[in-house]
Design a protein around this ligand. Structure first.
Ligand code: IFM
Length: 439
């Protein structure tokens, strides 16, 4: 990697990101069952029926894991708190859960690491799912109660907080495509989830404002959509993919409107008087987080709405089969600022790749990851040079972990984890970053 910390503006933060279910071990500390425990117990949903019951046992190893964050010279640690750990039945506080996040917070501060919390990275308590989960409008109030419970305890020490990681995954991936828990393929459930997830976001921001908290943001995952060919049909479907994936969430939070091309399909299934919720959904935030990995080539499939399909692209791919397209990050940073957020700080809250990393003679070479990071940081620098207020860049992920439906096959970490012994071994990319980020 060619860049160093000095190539970025003063105060630019580098970080690493994780999430609770992917690393902690859901069986520890009195956590309740979450939707992923049940989803994984259903044949065919996750690779080898793997789950996050033990994950990488961060619950017991958090001190040494945070040592790795500090030794990597990262400024920020983006972690998530689990609703099912804090409130196992969705409503009643588990003191052990609060105590864990309290210890974790203090352990970050003791190492000079800025705690950047996410309140929901998909650990929906099963009793909330039984009440309809994201289909039920009441979830916004229940989520606000959970927000109050956890942030009353640790909110005084957070550097930043975002309510919901990747609303597209919460809503579309999980209720329309069915790839993630709860695994529905139901357009009515999808329309409601697409709206309620943003309503819950707004309620959580209001709750934290009432607690006097600052530096609150929203985190979206974006995929750049290019037409698969030069036909008007492909252009139309790429625009629809962009609407569903990207513009729905940016439009909702920053403009108080949803894209017309998406409402063509979802409109008939939306909850009553959904327009009345925009004053809550647009509650001002202090920054916007972008999770970016890849682009998709999109064309028509001739089927029912949305009637689109992904077409394999020609670019180099990661182990996930995702094309490496750093221009997409530049495109999103510039477009988000120019069309939606203006001077609001932008943070790249996730970026990274999975690669088939193996330990040989005690070391792990991951040149594809180093090259990927280098190219995406060039995109960040290009955007900054054009005046876009990008204030941070966080890598997914600190260490190999549970990659949801892909189980433990896809290794996104800067640190290799032996999933049998749980031994951590920093990869070559980690060592390069530690060197380049020295202060
Ligand atoms: O592992 C996930 C993470 O939970 C959310 N963003 C994308 C990552 C890689 O797929």
């Amino acid at each position: 990697m060619l860049f160093t910390r000095k190539d970025f503006p003063e105060g630019f933060d580098f970080g690493v990101a994780t999430s609770s279910y992917q690393i902690e071990g859901s069986r520890f500390g009195g956590a309740g069952r979450c939707q992923w425990d049940d989803f994984a117990a259903t044949p065919g949903n996750t690779k080898n029926a793997e789950n996050g019951s033990i994950a990488v046992d961060h619950y017991h190893r958090y001190e040494s894991d945070l040592d790795l964050v500090a030794a990597g010279n990262f400024d920020c640690y983006r972690f998530s708190t689990s609703w099912a750990r804090v409130m196992p039945d969705g409503f009643t506080v588990n003191p052990e859960g609060l105590d864990f996040y309290d210890r974790l917070t203090d352990a970050m501060l003791a190492r000079g690491i800025k705690p950047c919390a996410t309140l929901y990275h998909w650990e929906l308590p099963v009793p909330i799912l039984d009440r309809g989960g994201w289909r039920n409008r009441d979830i916004a109030d229940w989520f606000a109660e959970y927000t109050h419970a956890i942030m009353s305890r640790i909110g005084d020490r957070m550097f930043s907080v975002a309510p919901i990681n990747e609303p597209w995954c919460v809503a579309w991936l999980s209720h329309f495509l069915g790839y993630h828990a709860p695994g529905l393929k139901d357009i009515r459930a999808t329309a409601r989830a697409m709206h309620h997830v943003l309503l819950a976001h707004g309620r959580a921001i209001q709750t934290m404002r009432d607690l006097g908290m600052t530096n609150l943001g929203a985190v979206f995952n974006f995929e750049w959509a290019d037409p698969a060919d030069h036909s008007p049909e492909a252009a139309e479907k790429a625009a629809l993919y962009d609407g569903i994936y990207n513009r729905w969430f940016l439009g909702g939070v920053f403009r108080g409107e949803y894209p017309a091309n998406v409402l063509e399909g979802l409109g008939p299934h939306m909850p009553d008087r959904w327009q009345d919720d925009f004053p809550t959904i647009t509650t001002p935030v202090d920054w916007c987080g972008l999770n970016y990995y890849t682009r998709k080539l999109i064309g028509p499939d001739g089927g029912a709405w949305p009637g689109l399909k992904e077409v394999e692209g020609p670019l180099e791919k990661t182990l996930m089969g995702w094309e490496i397209y750093p221009e997409g990050l530049y495109n999103f940073l510039t477009r988000t600022a120019r069309e939606y957020t203006g001077t609001l700080p932008l943070i790249v809250t996730e970026n990274g790749l999975a690669s088939p990393d193996v330990i040989e003679n005690g070391t792990v070479d991951d040149p594809q990851r180093s090259a990927y990071i280098e190219k995406h940081l060039q995109s960040v620098r290009r955007a900054i040079a054009e005046g876009i207020p990008v204030k941070g860049y966080y890598l997914w992920s600190l260490m190999d972990n549970y990659e949801w439906a892909c189980g433990y096959e896809q290794r996104f970490g800067l640190v290799h984890v032996d999933f049998d012994t749980l031994e951590r071994t920093p990869k070559a990319s980690y060592h390069q970053l530690a060197q380049n980020l020295r202060r």
